[in-house]
Design a protein around this ligand. Structure first.
Ligand code: UD2
Length: 327
């Protein structure tokens, strides 16, 4: 039986991949340092072997990679604005950690490593949709760091023959995404705020668009990338997205309907390093791994709002009755 390692297993995307693997009866090991991951995200993943540790420590990487066949590398510090205030931390968590992991994976004989790339690699070029043949043009330290990780994968694929696969995620959202930080993804922040009757802030005029991708699509792409024939995927970079886009203003209106929020957003100055338009061409992933989006944006948003609504209710109940346990 194959052993899978999920890095960032206590994060939103990592825990979702781990849950899908466990549901298929696979052997899973997870590693997380809880910088952005949450212990609560491990609820339901008790069948996973878990290592608490930082991938910047080579010993943690060696332990994590021991006897592993396939790695899903989701650990990162995923935020454009955070990378502008603290590029060193972003570099350590996205580049240093990836290089350590690759070295340990190579030493342990890991067969395949599937990497969480970012659509930010495409930068702010007006060409839409973004396809993998375009020259990367990172405009934030975060984008540069995630892209550097891609290049390290490519180098390890060439030099050591490791089966490396990059999936460039486009603005993933869904249950378990942390809504509490200023650096959280916009949909998580908006869901939490609007359900609580708080006014969300739109940076810029709200005309910026994103190919918001529901988590199940990204999990699906990862599982396909892990099982595809090596000759099709080794050293490849593929978009993982839906192939459709929506502006932030339109998203706000969808959320207004779903959450019952009655107010208007606050508009504030646009963020440095922000991208105006983001839309993926998903033809390559369709061709190489047979990927198709399985949950569209409206349904994904509906499920996401429902999940935040229920978690909010549970946390209120837990505060009222602290002795009860809510998994
Ligand atoms: C980038 C990547 C994404 C992923 C992510 C990790 C692009 C196009 N996307 O997402 O694939 O790697 O980084 O963090 O590069 N915003 C508001 N109000 C808020 C929060 C955000 O208006 O309270 C805006 C923000 O200015 C941006 C949009 O919402 O225009 C999306 O922001 P985000 O932080 O959710 O993700 P983004 O696009 O930087």
């Amino acid at each position: 039986m194959q052993l899978y390692l999920v890095t960032g297993a206590a994060g939103f995307i990592g825990r979702s991949i781990a849950a899908a693997l466990l549901a298929r009866g696979e052997l899973v090991r997870g590693v997380d340092n809880f910088i952005t991951g949450k212990r609560a995200n491990l609820n339901g993943l008790e069948a996973m072997e878990f290592i608490e540790g930082d991938l910047n420590d080579p010993r943690v990487c060696a332990k994590a990679c021991e006897a592993v066949d396939i790695v899903f590398h989701e650990a990162a510090l995923p935020s454009v604005p955070l990378s502008i205030t603290n590029p060193i931390a972003t570099n350590q968590c996205c580049v240093g950690a990836t290089l350590n992991l690759l070295m340990a994976a190579q030493a342990a004989g890991v067969r395949r490593l599937v990497y969480a790339g970012s659509s930010s690699a495409y930068g702010d070029s007006p060409t839409q949709p973004k396809h993998e043949g375009m020259l990367p043009e990172p405009i934030s330290p975060y984008a540069a760091a995630k892209l550097a990780g891609e290049h390290y994968l490519s180098a390890f694929s060439h030099v050591h023959g490791m089966e490396t696969v990059v999936l460039r995620y486009f603005n993933v959202f869904g249950p378990h995404q942390d809504p509490t930080s200023h650096y959280s993804g916009v949909l998580a922040i908006f869901c939490r705020k609007m359900l609580a009757g708080e006014v969300p802030t739109i940076y810029g005029d709200g005309g910026q668009s994103r190919d918001f991708t529901y988590i199940d699509n990204v999990v699906h792409a990862n599982l396909l990338a892990a099982s595809a024939p090596a000759e099709k995927v080794r050293g490849k970079v593929m978009n993982a997205a839906t192939g459709s886009r929506i502006t932030l203003n339109d998203t706000f209106h969808h959320l207004r309907r779903l959450t019952g929020f009655k107010g208007s957003p606050l508009y504030a100055q646009g963020r440095a390093g922000d991208i105006r338009e983001s839309l993926a061409d998903i033809t390559l992933a369709q061709k190489l791994i047979g990927y198709e989006p399985i949950v569209g944006f409206p349904e994904g948003l509906r499920r996401t709002v429902e999940w935040y609504r229920q978690s909010e209710e549970k946390s209120h109940a837990a505060q009222a009755y602290p002795s009860l346990e809510y998994a």
